[in-house]
Write a new protein. Structure first.
Length: 349
């Protein structure tokens, strides 16, 4: 970042912020050659600034705010391939693009450095390196992801905790704005891929092939329907063009006709013999209702008769089964009597 590397520095310089797993923050000064020609030959000198800041837990993210509390974006340099054959022999110059007022005269005489770890967040004033605000985010769990994002023309610190809570803190005051239980982390894929973006959005991989998108901003939620894409653009059906006589005569293309248009009463004046005609009955609606009622009565009587016939058949089956059981018992008893008196003489009875 472009920031104050040492205490009581008068100007910002290129710095490398290094965070460790033990909560130590070390600032290294980067001395770049001033000229583009020397940049190709002279190396970048990296030297420790002596500034060490401490937090509780492993460091997750850094951010730098100007004196007005606006997020200072990191400068970048446009990369060009030196071996590319495009643009002929035109001289290619490297250009440093600054997206923040950090190097201008309107920067002010101090900055706010935002540092967030797994347990707490701190805001330091640079170059005095005074700790202005401290907030202990969690004691029983730890943070998986923390990002400084823009939301509603302001800046906030968005955090995702391992217990599933999504929290936002205002900057630079670190006041809690949101704390909601969203999703307990049961899959390490969520922990590895969860990230926050600007305007109150977040993304993570819910499966190897699916991206889950969520929002924690009411403004973004209200405008969500307007942001959805369309598979097609609705267009009104155009009116049919008038077919001229010459076009119909020499067009060469067939025209589809309806049977009613060719043989109906509208065009021919009278019905064709092959078409069915409706002949109304003499009874009218009352006759139809009476016929329908008679049919319903006949169906009801037939159904009752079928039910009675089924009952009689059931009773007949029961009587038949009873007679068969009685005949079988009588046959068995007669057989026993025959065996009993088989070998006896007439005088033994």
């Amino acid at each position: 970042m472009e920031s104050f590397a040492r205490k009581n520095d008068s100007a910002v310089s290129s710095c490398l912020w290094v965070g460790t797993g033990l909560g130590m923050v070390i600032i290294l000064s980067l001395n770049l050659p001033a000229s583009d020609d020397l940049r190709q030959s002279e190396p970048v000198v990296v030297s420790p600034s002596g500034t060490v800041l401490t937090l509780k837990g492993a460091v997750l993210t850094f951010a730098c705010l100007d004196c007005m509390g606006t997020l200072t974006h990191r400068p970048y340099e446009v990369w060009r391939d030196p071996h590319s054959a495009d643009d002929g022999d035109r001289t290619r110059k490297r250009k440093l693009v600054m997206h923040s007022p950090s190097s201008s005269q309107d920067m002010g005489d101090h900055q706010f450095a935002v540092i967030c770890s797994e347990k707490q967040a701190k805001v330091f004033s640079l170059p005095s390196q005074t700790c202005l605000y401290v907030h202990n985010i969690t004691e029983t769990s730890f943070l998986l992801r923390a990002d400084v994002v823009t939301l509603c023309n302001s800046v906030c610190l968005a955090c995702f905790c391992a217990n599933g809570h999504i929290m936002t803190l205002s900057l630079p005051s670190l006041r809690p704005l949101l704390d909601i239980n969203y999703l307990p982390v049961t899959d390490m894929r969520i922990a590895r891929t969860f990230c926050f973006t600007n305007e109150g959005q977040a993304l993570y991989l819910s499966s190897p092939t699916e991206i889950q998108r969520l929002t924690y901003s009411q403004e973004m939620c209200d405008n969500l329907q307007d942001m959805l894409g369309d598979l097609f653009t609705p267009v009104e059906t155009p009116e049919a063009q008038n077919r001229g006589f010459l076009k119909g005569l020499f067009g060469g293309s067939g025209q589809a006709f309806d049977r009613e248009e060719l043989f109906g009463e509208a065009t021919a004046g009278k019905a064709s013999r092959s078409l069915a005609q409706h002949i109304p009955g003499s009874g009218g609606i009352e006759g139809v209702r009476g016929a329908a009622g008679g049919v319903i009565g006949d169906l009801t009587r037939a159904r009752i008769a079928l039910d009675e016939r089924g009952q009689k058949l059931g009773e007949l089956d029961e009587r038949t089964a009873s007679m068969m059981a009685s005949a079988e018992a009588f046959s068995k008893h007669a057989h026993e009597v025959m065996l009993k008196y088989k070998d006896k003489k007439w005088y033994q009875f």
